[in-house]
Design a protein around this ligand. Structure first.
Ligand code: SF4
Length: 330
């Protein structure tokens, strides 16, 4: 008899590993699916899928959709910029298409009733399923017994009896279950979503309101460096170390930005984003970049400015404290 197939929304966190393994034990042919966006790293999911599920996870890029949800969440934000309810609805909707594409009959997640007070309470779990258009097809094996029966349970594809009634923030039961099935490695439950990070959220809020809008490029910039804003929509990002400088250079490729760097001294890369780069704002940006270089204060240095054309601006280096008022403080 052909196996029943289901997709499992797989973050690589313990709960999603357990959900997948519970279904595997039930004889379900599971397909792990991981959603890629600029806000989460999928590295753990890719590796742990191979390790614990013995198959690769299917990676689906939802960056654009996710950014739209972050900018205008119907159900609002959590503590920071995390629109978890909308995010869940979006991922269920997209998972529904993946499910059909793979000929799967239902989907499963590692959500646990009450694990996160606002986004994983019983009512929210029911609401997200309803609003996704896949109500009845979303099984939460770890808390299934606390939720209305789903189609896979009603049709006997999965035994409700052998599912679980885990709830609350204590993860004791999950750790016990993990031990039973030999799962000895997993990242934190939030999966490291940077939208929950207070510093990132503060920067993002500031830049969104300052520029009026942000795209995926701006989100990548927000993950790096020190940020300065001044005048009309002038945004300077200054690298804090070699890796960030390298990443800023990569991000500048093919973009309408100016790349600033002090000549003759070690110093950061500055990436200057603007609607129009007038001399005054470019001078100020060069000044800021030079203040983070190894050039002594009070020294005249040249800063190379690379955009559509390359030229040099001479500035006197100042103490960085002088530019603090432009800094986006987090
Ligand atoms: S923490 Fe981030 S990835 Fe997780 S549900 Fe919330 S917004 Fe989505």
């Amino acid at each position: 008899m052909e196996k029943i197939r289901a997709i499992v929304l797989f973050s690589g966190g313990l709960d999603s590993i357990l959900a997948a393994r519970i279904l595997m034990k039930e004889g379900i042919d599971i397909i792990p699916v991981t959603f890629r966006s600029p806000f989460v790293s999928i590295e753990h999911a890719v590796r742990l899928s191979e390790k614990f599920l013995h198959k690769p996870t299917v990676v689906v890029d939802i960056s654009e959709d996710m950014l739209n949800v972050v900018k205008r969440p119907r159900y609002g934000y959590g503590k920071q910029m995390n629109p978890c309810v909308d995010c869940r609805i979006l991922t269920f909707k997209l998972a529904g298409s993946v499910m059909k594409g793979f000929g799967a009959l239902f989907m499963a997640t590692g959500e646990v009733v009450g694990e996160r007070p606002f986004t994983q309470n019983r009512d929210t779990l029911i609401l997200t399923a309803k609003n996704s258009g896949y109500d009845g097809y979303i099984l939460r094996p770890l808390s299934a017994k606390l939720l209305p029966p789903t189609i896979p349970e009603e049709r006997g594809w999965v035994s409700r009896e052998r599912l679980f009634a885990i709830q609350g923030r204590s993860r004791k039961e999950q750790f016990r279950l993990a031990q039973d099935i030999g799962v000895d490695e997993y990242p934190s439950p939030a999966g490291g979503c940077i939208l929950t990070d207070p510093s990132f959220a503060k920067r993002m809020r500031h830049i969104m309101s300052y520029l009026g809008d942000v795209g995926l490029f701006e989100i990548e910039l927000l993950k790096l460096g020190r940020h300065f804003t001044f005048g009309r929509k002038n945004w300077l990002v200054v690298g804090r170390n070699k890796e960030e400088n390298k990443r800023l250079l990569e991000l500048s490729m093919g973009k309408q930005v100016l790349v600033l760097q002090v000549n003759g001294y070690a110093g950061p890369i500055g990436l200057f984003v603007s609607e129009r780069w007038d001399r005054c704002s470019t001078y100020l940006s060069s000044n800021i970049v030079s203040s983070y270089s190894d050039a002594p204060v009070g020294m005249s240095v040249s800063v190379s400015v690379k955009g559509e054309e390359t030229y040099v601006i001479d500035v006197f280096t100042r103490k960085k404290e002088r530019f603090r008022r432009y800094m986006v403080v987090v």
